[in-house]
Design a protein around this ligand. Structure first.
Ligand SMILES: CC(C)=CCC/C(C)=C/COP(=O)(O)O
Length: 204
């Protein structure tokens, strides 16, 4: 037993305790009988809106229908972002191995084996990544831009309300997704730096 815990140790343990307490308090849709159990179906709909499968399939579909080079370039980078996100989240979940909150019901739509772990929230990383991507690459009117940010925020909140995650899983997920966009922006794929990808796609 550590009889002389460092200041950092105490701070981390306190943060963890606050995290668990707050996450339990906010998990108001964790079950049908929870205090906000009646809005659980709505939260599960939100869950699907941030799931990897609809985003991957939607991007592939749009890519197959796109008839402009500019559109194809953006969609190719969105596909790359989504795959990078899945990889990084799976890697961190596998390394950290933090269990989902005890009050979570494991009734999620299509999960991978690492999804039994909760840190970081894959929905939160995707929400931050995709919304930053959309805001930077689609010309949208202000109300739609606000809607995109709101969607990301509510999706993150819904993860805690559903009992899927602790608050820190979602907070770190937002941070990671935000940073992932910076990586994607830095490594932006174009017909100049990745001609093979674009030629291959063009031949399909
Ligand atoms: C199978 C594919 C393509 C994606 C898995 C998406 C998923 C289930 C992520 C887990 O999200 P949370 O960590 O927020 O619970």
């Amino acid at each position: 037993m550590d009889l002389n815990p460092s200041f950092l140790g105490i701070a981390l343990r306190s943060l963890l305790a606050i995290d668990l307490w707050l996450s339990k308090k906010l998990g108001v849709c964790a079950g049908e009988s929870s205090s906000w159990g009646s809005v659980r179906p709505l939260m599960k709909l939100l869950e699907i809106s941030g799931h990897g499968i609809p985003w991957l399939l939607g991007t592939l579909y749009c890519l197959s229908r796109s008839d402009s080079w500019a559109g194809r370039e953006v969609l190719m980078n969105l596909l790359f972002s989504l795959l990078l996100d899945l990889l990084l989240v799976a890697l961190i979940k596998g390394l950290v191995r933090r269990r989902r909150p005890a009050h979570n019901q494991m009734d999620m739509f299509f999960t991978l084996s690492v999804d039994k772990y909760s840190f970081p929230s894959g929905h939160a990383t995707r929400a931050a990544l995709v919304s930053r991507f959309i805001l930077n690459h689609l010309v949208l009117a202000i109300p739609l831009r606000v809607l995109v940010v709101l969607w990301a925020f509510i999706l993150g909140l819904s993860r805690v309300m559903l009992g899927r995650h602790n608050v820190t899983d979602v907070a770190f997920g937002f941070f990671l997704g935000y940073m992932q966009y910076s990586i994607v922006d830095y490594c932006w794929l174009s017909p100049h730096n990745a001609p093979v990808l674009f030629v291959l796609w063009n031949q399909q």
